[in-house]
Design a protein around this ligand. Structure first.
Ligand code: 5GP
Length: 204
Protein backbone atom coordinates (compact mmCIF):
# COMPACT_ATOMS: atom_id res chain seq x y z
CA UNK A 1 0.00 0.00 0.00
CA UNK A 2 2.70 2.53 0.93
CA UNK A 3 2.50 5.96 2.47
CA UNK A 4 0.27 8.86 1.63
CA UNK A 5 2.97 10.95 -0.03
CA UNK A 6 1.22 11.13 -3.37
CA UNK A 7 -1.66 13.56 -3.02
CA UNK A 8 -3.00 14.27 -6.47
CA UNK A 9 -4.73 17.54 -7.11
CA UNK A 10 -6.98 16.90 -10.07
CA UNK A 11 -8.06 19.69 -12.38
CA UNK A 12 -10.58 19.34 -15.20
CA UNK A 13 -11.02 21.21 -18.45
CA UNK A 14 -14.72 22.20 -18.62
CA UNK A 15 -14.78 22.21 -22.42
CA UNK A 16 -13.87 18.53 -22.44
CA UNK A 17 -16.35 17.58 -19.70
CA UNK A 18 -19.08 19.21 -21.79
CA UNK A 19 -17.93 17.92 -25.16
CA UNK A 20 -18.52 14.20 -24.66
CA UNK A 21 -21.50 12.12 -25.73
CA UNK A 22 -22.99 12.53 -22.25
CA UNK A 23 -24.19 16.04 -21.64
CA UNK A 24 -23.06 18.50 -19.03
CA UNK A 25 -25.15 21.05 -17.16
CA UNK A 26 -23.87 24.47 -16.22
CA UNK A 27 -23.98 25.24 -12.49
CA UNK A 28 -26.96 27.11 -11.08
CA UNK A 29 -24.55 30.03 -10.65
CA UNK A 30 -24.02 30.24 -14.43
CA UNK A 31 -21.45 29.27 -17.02
CA UNK A 32 -18.03 28.77 -15.38
CA UNK A 33 -14.92 30.59 -16.54
CA UNK A 34 -12.95 29.20 -19.45
CA UNK A 35 -10.25 27.82 -17.15
CA UNK A 36 -9.31 24.60 -15.40
CA UNK A 37 -11.50 23.89 -12.39
CA UNK A 38 -11.01 21.63 -9.40
CA UNK A 39 -12.11 18.01 -9.56
CA UNK A 40 -10.57 16.89 -6.30
CA UNK A 41 -7.68 16.60 -3.87
CA UNK A 42 -7.04 12.97 -3.11
CA UNK A 43 -4.91 11.25 -0.48
CA UNK A 44 -3.49 8.45 -2.64
CA UNK A 45 -0.94 5.78 -1.91
CA UNK A 46 2.37 6.08 -3.72
CA UNK A 47 1.45 3.11 -5.89
CA UNK A 48 -1.49 5.08 -7.30
CA UNK A 49 -4.17 3.27 -5.31
CA UNK A 50 -6.24 5.15 -2.80
CA UNK A 51 -8.38 4.60 0.27
CA UNK A 52 -11.96 5.77 -0.01
CA UNK A 53 -14.97 6.65 2.13
CA UNK A 54 -12.90 6.47 5.30
CA UNK A 55 -15.31 7.90 7.86
CA UNK A 56 -19.08 7.70 7.54
CA UNK A 57 -19.29 9.52 10.89
CA UNK A 58 -17.80 12.70 9.43
CA UNK A 59 -20.15 13.62 6.57
CA UNK A 60 -19.74 16.81 4.56
CA UNK A 61 -21.23 19.78 6.40
CA UNK A 62 -21.73 22.84 4.21
CA UNK A 63 -21.85 25.11 7.25
CA UNK A 64 -18.15 24.40 7.85
CA UNK A 65 -17.20 26.01 4.53
CA UNK A 66 -19.77 28.81 4.42
CA UNK A 67 -17.06 31.48 4.42
CA UNK A 68 -15.44 30.02 1.29
CA UNK A 69 -18.57 28.78 -0.46
CA UNK A 70 -18.54 31.43 -3.18
CA UNK A 71 -14.89 30.65 -3.96
CA UNK A 72 -15.77 26.96 -4.17
CA UNK A 73 -18.63 27.79 -6.53
CA UNK A 74 -16.15 29.62 -8.78
CA UNK A 75 -13.22 27.19 -8.67
CA UNK A 76 -14.77 23.83 -7.73
CA UNK A 77 -17.97 23.96 -9.74
CA UNK A 78 -19.86 20.89 -10.84
CA UNK A 79 -20.75 20.33 -14.49
CA UNK A 80 -22.70 17.13 -14.02
CA UNK A 81 -26.45 17.05 -14.64
CA UNK A 82 -28.80 18.20 -13.30
CA UNK A 83 -27.47 21.70 -12.64
CA UNK A 84 -26.32 22.18 -9.08
CA UNK A 85 -24.57 24.70 -6.88
CA UNK A 86 -21.70 22.27 -6.31
CA UNK A 87 -22.84 20.98 -2.93
CA UNK A 88 -23.40 17.43 -4.16
CA UNK A 89 -19.94 17.35 -5.82
CA UNK A 90 -18.21 18.66 -2.66
CA UNK A 91 -20.17 16.14 -0.60
CA UNK A 92 -19.00 13.31 -2.85
CA UNK A 93 -15.37 14.48 -2.82
CA UNK A 94 -15.23 15.01 0.96
CA UNK A 95 -17.02 11.77 1.83
CA UNK A 96 -15.04 9.62 -0.64
CA UNK A 97 -11.59 11.25 -0.51
CA UNK A 98 -11.42 14.03 2.09
CA UNK A 99 -12.35 11.77 5.01
CA UNK A 100 -9.23 9.73 4.26
CA UNK A 101 -7.10 12.76 5.21
CA UNK A 102 -9.21 13.87 8.18
CA UNK A 103 -6.34 13.24 10.59
CA UNK A 104 -4.48 16.05 8.77
CA UNK A 105 -7.27 18.36 7.69
CA UNK A 106 -10.59 19.57 8.97
CA UNK A 107 -13.31 19.97 6.34
CA UNK A 108 -12.54 23.66 6.14
CA UNK A 109 -8.78 23.11 5.83
CA UNK A 110 -9.30 20.49 3.13
CA UNK A 111 -11.38 22.77 0.92
CA UNK A 112 -9.24 25.82 1.70
CA UNK A 113 -6.11 23.84 0.74
CA UNK A 114 -7.64 22.97 -2.61
CA UNK A 115 -8.55 26.61 -3.25
CA UNK A 116 -5.03 27.71 -2.30
CA UNK A 117 -3.55 25.14 -4.64
CA UNK A 118 -5.82 26.28 -7.45
CA UNK A 119 -4.62 29.87 -6.95
CA UNK A 120 -0.98 28.82 -6.87
CA UNK A 121 -0.93 27.19 -10.32
CA UNK A 122 -1.74 28.60 -13.73
CA UNK A 123 -1.75 25.74 -16.22
CA UNK A 124 -3.80 27.68 -18.77
CA UNK A 125 -1.23 30.49 -18.70
CA UNK A 126 1.58 27.97 -19.08
CA UNK A 127 -0.09 26.40 -22.08
CA UNK A 128 -0.85 29.80 -23.59
CA UNK A 129 2.78 30.86 -23.22
CA UNK A 130 3.63 27.92 -25.48
CA UNK A 131 0.97 28.89 -28.01
CA UNK A 132 -1.44 26.20 -26.84
CA UNK A 133 -4.94 27.62 -26.43
CA UNK A 134 -8.49 26.29 -26.04
CA UNK A 135 -9.40 27.01 -29.65
CA UNK A 136 -10.59 23.57 -30.80
CA UNK A 137 -7.15 23.10 -32.32
CA UNK A 138 -5.05 19.94 -32.27
CA UNK A 139 -1.79 19.98 -30.33
CA UNK A 140 1.00 17.54 -29.75
CA UNK A 141 0.84 15.79 -26.39
CA UNK A 142 4.57 16.32 -25.97
CA UNK A 143 4.20 20.08 -26.45
CA UNK A 144 1.37 20.13 -23.88
CA UNK A 145 3.42 18.13 -21.37
CA UNK A 146 6.48 20.32 -21.88
CA UNK A 147 4.49 23.54 -21.44
CA UNK A 148 2.83 22.26 -18.27
CA UNK A 149 6.12 20.99 -16.84
CA UNK A 150 7.83 24.35 -17.27
CA UNK A 151 4.84 26.19 -15.83
CA UNK A 152 4.36 23.93 -12.78
CA UNK A 153 7.98 22.97 -12.18
CA UNK A 154 6.90 19.32 -12.13
CA UNK A 155 5.43 17.05 -14.76
CA UNK A 156 1.70 16.51 -14.27
CA UNK A 157 -0.25 13.49 -15.44
CA UNK A 158 -2.33 14.47 -18.47
CA UNK A 159 -5.57 12.63 -19.11
CA UNK A 160 -7.66 12.67 -22.24
CA UNK A 161 -11.26 11.83 -23.01
CA UNK A 162 -13.20 11.42 -26.24
CA UNK A 163 -15.50 14.06 -27.62
CA UNK A 164 -18.88 13.18 -29.15
CA UNK A 165 -17.15 12.39 -32.46
CA UNK A 166 -14.55 10.17 -30.82
CA UNK A 167 -11.70 12.67 -31.01
CA UNK A 168 -9.04 12.56 -28.30
CA UNK A 169 -9.13 15.71 -26.16
CA UNK A 170 -7.36 17.21 -23.14
CA UNK A 171 -9.49 16.46 -20.08
CA UNK A 172 -7.68 16.36 -16.72
CA UNK A 173 -4.39 17.36 -15.10
CA UNK A 174 -3.06 15.22 -12.26
CA UNK A 175 -0.77 17.46 -10.23
CA UNK A 176 1.08 15.83 -7.32
CA UNK A 177 1.34 17.54 -3.97
CA UNK A 178 3.06 16.67 -0.67
CA UNK A 179 1.06 15.84 2.45
CA UNK A 180 1.05 19.52 3.40
CA UNK A 181 -1.37 19.92 0.48
CA UNK A 182 0.62 22.87 -0.81
CA UNK A 183 4.12 21.82 -2.00
CA UNK A 184 4.17 20.46 -5.55
CA UNK A 185 6.22 17.27 -5.94
CA UNK A 186 7.18 14.85 -8.69
CA UNK A 187 4.45 12.26 -9.13
CA UNK A 188 5.51 8.80 -7.87
CA UNK A 189 3.12 7.28 -10.44
CA UNK A 190 0.92 8.63 -13.19
CA UNK A 191 -2.67 7.63 -13.85
CA UNK A 192 -3.69 6.05 -17.15
CA UNK A 193 -3.43 8.83 -19.69
CA UNK A 194 -5.68 7.81 -22.53
CA UNK A 195 -4.04 10.48 -24.70
CA UNK A 196 -2.84 9.91 -28.23
CA UNK A 197 0.13 11.81 -29.63
CA UNK A 198 -2.18 14.58 -30.88
CA UNK A 199 -5.01 15.93 -28.73
CA UNK A 200 -7.69 18.54 -29.21
CA UNK A 201 -8.03 21.45 -26.81
CA UNK A 202 -11.74 22.30 -26.96
CA UNK A 203 -13.02 25.83 -26.54
CA UNK A 204 -15.38 26.58 -23.67
P1 5GP B 1 -14.31 10.79 -8.34
O1 5GP B 1 -13.70 10.63 -9.68
O2 5GP B 1 -13.83 12.04 -7.67
O3 5GP B 1 -14.19 9.62 -7.45
O4 5GP B 1 -15.89 10.96 -8.60
C1 5GP B 1 -16.45 12.00 -9.34
C2 5GP B 1 -17.96 12.01 -9.11
O5 5GP B 1 -18.41 13.36 -8.96
C3 5GP B 1 -18.76 11.39 -10.25
O6 5GP B 1 -19.73 10.54 -9.71
C4 5GP B 1 -19.44 12.56 -10.90
O7 5GP B 1 -20.75 12.26 -11.34
C5 5GP B 1 -19.51 13.60 -9.82
N1 5GP B 1 -19.37 14.96 -10.37
C6 5GP B 1 -20.21 15.97 -10.17
N2 5GP B 1 -19.80 17.06 -10.84
C7 5GP B 1 -18.65 16.72 -11.49
C8 5GP B 1 -17.75 17.44 -12.34
O8 5GP B 1 -17.91 18.61 -12.67
N3 5GP B 1 -16.67 16.73 -12.79
C9 5GP B 1 -16.44 15.42 -12.44
N4 5GP B 1 -15.35 14.82 -12.93
N5 5GP B 1 -17.28 14.73 -11.65
C10 5GP B 1 -18.37 15.37 -11.17
Amino acid sequence: MGSYRNRPFMLQWPGSYCDTSSSCCYPTTGKPASDFSIHGLWPNYNNGGYPSSCDPNNPFDISQVSDIESQLQTSWDSLSCPSSDGTSFWTHEWDKHGTCAESLFSQHAYFQSALNLRSSVNPLGGLSAAGINPDDGAYSLTAIQNALTSSLGHTPGVQCSSDASGNNQLYQLYICVATDASTLIDCPVFPTSGCSSTVLFPSF
